[in-house]
Ligand binder design. Structure first.
Ligand code: OAD
Length: 242
């Protein structure tokens, strides 16, 4: 672990007037939740277009629900790891808690009591009626054909490939990025837009970027090429002493 880089990252956060954290599947990897790409990734065994698209759901809703119920089952037994907790410590240590934008749908940031969280891709434990739009949050698995009170089929309240982000989330995200002078990118491969473009948005207007990922991909970032659960607690610790 590079002590200098840890200290520098902590100082950058301390000095920032408006930091924002962006997380991806890597932040939950040490909780035991599989990421999407890479070794053991979910998209190695499943084809995204057969499961995470509106078309897949139209063609075979039971199969799509079976997959989401299987993932709910895995996630139900998992807990936030030191990376989630360190982000919350940093929020508390700053004068104002910064926003955390996550691509994850696993609820672990919420379980860690993260403030100002934007779940840009939805939440795996929330369903939405395909007719009346009613939303139901339940932290358990459901049937593979869950019905709304109105009689119509529910779907996972997840942003699938080819779908737009929820308008309210778009507004909050771009308001945050507009003010942001430091984006801390944790555990994302940077392949799925719009999140993949956030670092460029901040950097191109003069902001700084910190990337926490054993396989960093952002060339202009201060890279901490370590596991988030190992390095984020060190950054939070260093930040506390400043
Ligand atoms: P990916 O699976 O594409 O990338 C996970 C990233 O986490 C990789 O860059 C890994 O190197 C990194 N990583 C692995 N272990 C780590 C650790 N312990 N600490 C830090 N980083 C670690 O996941 P995402 O980038 O989140 O969309 O994927 C983006 C979107 O693609 C997901 O939100 C999902 C998927 O299709 C939807 O479901 C809508």
């Amino acid at each position: 672990m590079e002590a200098q880089a840890v200290k520098k990252a902590a100082q950058m956060i301390r000095d920032s007037s408006h930091p924002v954290v962006l997380t991806g599947a890597g932040v939950s990897a040490e909780s035991g939740i599989p990421t999407f790409r890479g070794e053991g990734g979910l998209w190695k065994n499943f084809r995204a277009e057969e499961l995470a698209t509106p078309r897949a759901f139209r063609n075979n809703p039971e199969l799509v629900w079976e997959w989401y119920n299987w993932r709910r089952g895995i996630i139900l037994s998992k807990k936030p790891n030191p990376a989630h907790h360190a982000i919350v410590s940093l929020q508390k240590q700053q004068q104002e808690p910064f926003a955390v934008i996550t691509q994850n749908v696993d609820s672990l940031h919420t379980d860690a009591a993260t403030e100002r969280l934007v779940e840009m891709h939805g939440n795996i434990f929330r369903s939405r009626c395909t007719r009346c739009g009613k939303k139901v949050f339940e932290k358990k698995t459901t049937t593979n054909h869950p019905l709304c009170g109105c009689g119509e089929l529910m779907r996972p309240d997840i942003v699938w490939f080819g779908e737009s982000l929820e308008a309210g989330n778009v507004q909050s995200i771009y308001k945050e990025l507009d003010l942001c002078d430091l984006l801390i990118v944790v555990g994302t491969s940077g392949l799925v837009y719009p999140a993949a473009g956030f670092a460029e948005t901040v950097y191109s207007k003069g902001g700084q970027i910190i990337e926490v990922n054993p396989q960093p991909v952002i060339p202009y970032a201060l890279a901490l090429a370590e596991k988030a659960g190992e390095v984020l607690p060190l950054i939070a610790e260093s930040h506390k002493t400043m």
